[in-house]
Design a protein around this ligand. Structure first.
Ligand code: XBP
Ligand code: MG
Length: 259
């Protein structure tokens, strides 16, 4: 039975339901700058198909304010807006406005105690990741992860596999011995592109996306009184996604799922 030696986690939508706070932070940064750009929930859900905050702003302008892209200072404006947005977001996260999703802290602590290698593979800015981990797990939580691969540290953002390839390299693991946790179709494509099997916990903003590349799709990792709902993929019914469940399920994955 091939062992499960590492867990790789996406951040936004997987560790926590972060995107509504990101959306509010984007809108506040636009409004502070006197811009009439406003991202309603439905529009943001669509814009989320573009990974990366700065890339998302530029994509929005291409679609809705193409004239703004003619401004010679537009690159600086996008950078400044995104920096302000990140400051707003991280301040609210540091205040405790964003709890982890059900079962996330439990699984991280269980895996850490069992000596599994842990990694983060996210498109989000590193400041966002640090704020979320510190606020919910304490300052030393950053040290739980052998690798935190975030934002611009790789040439291409998800759905490109770069963050996962970099994280696997840093963990010293082959994709045969690790499992990715994701919430979006972009993330599933990125993890599969790195040869990793993928477990999806559907999030508020990714409900309804195409997770056909995932090996298991659930509503959450499960918590007391909130058993896991398996939405697709083969797995025995379970109250919670814990290490015994993962080891058993992982060992039964068909080889092609772990190429
Ligand atoms: C989600 C993203 C990020 C966040 C916003 O990343 O695509 O862009 O929406 O964070 P993941 P930034 O699901 O891979 O964690 O503004 O810092 O990009
Ligand atoms: Mg995500």
């Amino acid at each position: 039975m091939r062992p499960l030696d590492g867990l790789l986690f996406d951040v936004d939508g997987t560790l926590a339901e972060t995107e509504e706070l990101h959306r509010q932070a984007f809108n506040q940064a636009f409004s502070e700058r006197g811009l009439d750009w406003h991202w309603e929930r439905d529009l943001y859900r669509d814009l989320l198909r573009v990974a990366g905050g700065r890339e998302r702003i530029r994509h929005y302008l291409q679609r809705f304010h193409p004239e703004a892209l003619a401004d010679p200072d537009i690159d600086r404006l996008i950078r400044e807006l995104h920096a302000r947005k990140t400051a707003i977001y991280t301040e609210r996260v540091a205040r405790g406005d964003l709890p982890l999703r059900p079962g996330v802290a439990r699984l991280l602590e269980e895996a850490r105690a069992a000596g599994l290698r842990l990694g983060i593979a996210t498109t989000s800015s590193p400041e966002n990741v640090e704020a979320l981990l510190r606020a919910n797990l304490g300052a030393d939580a950053l040290g739980w992860f052998t690798a935190i691969v975030a934002g611009d540290s790789v040439p291409r953002k998800k759905p490109a596999p770069d963050v996962y390839l970099r994280a696997l390299e840093a963990l010293g693991l082959s994709s045969q011995a690790a499992l990715a946790f994701e919430d979006s179709d972009n993330g599933v494509r990125a993890a599969r592109g790195a040869g990793l099997p993928v477990l999806v916990t559907v999030s508020d903003y990714t409900r309804g996306q195409d997770f056909s590349g995932a090996d298991l799709v659930v509503d959450s990792l499960g918590a007391p009184g909130r058993p896991v709902r398996i939405l697709s993929g083969q797995a025995p019914p379970t109250e919670r996604i814990d290490l015994p469940f993962l080891r058993e399920w992982f060992s039964r994955l068909p080889p092609e799922a772990r190429r």
